[in-house]
Design a binder for this molecule. Structure first.
Ligand SMILES: [Fe+2]
Length: 370
């Protein structure tokens, strides 16, 4: 056995965890920039809680509430300008994956006088400001990863940066913040978490620790995704399970990164506006068929079906379609373009059997045109 495992994030999970553990913020300094999206930070109660905690600790703060879903470079530049003006000691991201990822990019740009595009080149001279992450969805796992995924218009896709210094120092996970999520967002983000656990579990970069985390994540998701697909409304206990599973799946991809499903899903989000987790969900069944075809007796594939409480890959596909509905209309030309873009993505090489561009096209075609 030979592996490395790195997780510098202090994870605090539980109801009212921000208020109960607010002193952790004091260790990071005396001023903050709070980065949020348009509404979920406020609607969920998370923004109120963090503001109350900062007020009571006499930590000064400013709020940048302008992160768009799938943040663009301009969006990040606006936040970075605010950080450079207000010179905070820490950046606090509150929201779904997009605000958390934006907070990380802003934390890097606050200390490095470079443009957002330069973040993709590496070689920055200074570490990011400390990041605190408060997720209000159960999906991205960004609260425990070194990644920030941004919309890269010049490449017509979403693309990630990875820096150890943007791994959040503290992650506060309170499932109450996910109670107000609409059903579609709950389903889409849960599918994102499932794809993280699954891609990590089947990755050539998997290790015994990431596998343990992935197994637990999928066992929890097997029960809860099944209930969601059957039409059940998640109660607080189910919401806690989903948040826990998303956290574990984030810990998995922090080690393994993502792979083919994410590479194929990003163009669907970029060109068709499909929410990230839903785009992944459309592709999971075909990715599993591809692995089954090339790696016939791979016990990990059977494990996944057991964890998800289904008897076949097709049954898993039916469950996911119950959650996501039918995929968007696409043309052959569009699929060819998406397959080409995905073939350029680094994460496709994280599979034991790396698909060619033609094989990526076949997966897309089967998933979206069949
Ligand atoms: Fe994802």
């Amino acid at each position: 056995m030979d592996f490395k495992y790195y997780l510098p994030t202090r994870i605090v999970f539980g109801l009212d965890c921000i208020i109960k553990e607010k002193e952790l913020l004091q260790e990071l300094g005396g001023s903050a920039l709070v980065v949020t999206g348009q509404s979920s930070a406020r609607l969920s109660g998370a923004l109120d809680d963090i503001c109350k905690a900062l007020d009571s600790l006499k930590i000064s703060y400013d709020v940048f509430a302008g992160v768009n879903p799938n943040p663009t470079f301009d969006n990040i530049r606006t936040g970075a300008t605010r950080a450079r003006e207000t010179r905070p000691d820490m950046i606090i991201g509150v929201g779904g994956g997009s605000p958390l990822d934006a907070a990380k990019a802003i934390a890097l740009l606050a200390t490095n006088q470079v443009d957002v595009e330069d973040l993709f080149k590496g070689g920055l001279s200074r570490p990011a400001l400390p990041v605190v992450a408060i997720p209000t969805t159960a999906g991205s796992g960004s609260e425990v990863t070194p990644y920030s995924i941004l919309t890269y218009d010049a490449l017509q896709t979403k693309k990630s940066i990875s820096y150890p210094s943007i791994m959040p120092r503290v992650a506060f996970l309170d499932a109450r913040y996910t109670m107000t999520l609409p059903r579609a967002v709950t389903a889409d983000t849960a599918c994102d978490a499932f794809s993280h656990a699954l891609e990590g579990y089947l990755s050539s970069r998997a290790n015994p620790v990431s596998d343990t985390l992935a197994r637990e994540a999928m066992q929890v998701l097997g029960k809860r995704l099944g209930q969601l697909a059957a039409g059940m409304e998640p109660d607080l206990e189910a919401r806690e399970d989903l948040l826990y599973a998303a956290l574990l799946a984030g810990m998995v991809i922090a080690q393994t990164a993502t792979s083919v499903i994410h590479a194929l899903g990003y163009p669907l989000t970029y060109f068709k506006g499909i929410p990230h987790g839903r785009a992944n969900a459309y592709l999971i069944e075909e990715f599993l068929h591809f692995n089954r075809e090339h790696l016939r007796n791979w016990p990990k594939l059977d494990d996944i079906l057991d964890f998800m409480q289904v008897n076949s890959i097709a049954e898993l596909g039916d469950m996911l379609r119950n959650l996501t509905g039918q995929p968007p209309k696409v043309t052959e030309e569009e699929l060819a373009r998406y397959a080409h873009l995905a073939s350029q993505a680094k994460n496709v090489t994280n599979c034991p059997m790396v698909p060619s561009e033609v094989e990526l096209l076949v997966m897309l075609r089967n998933a979206l045109l069949a």
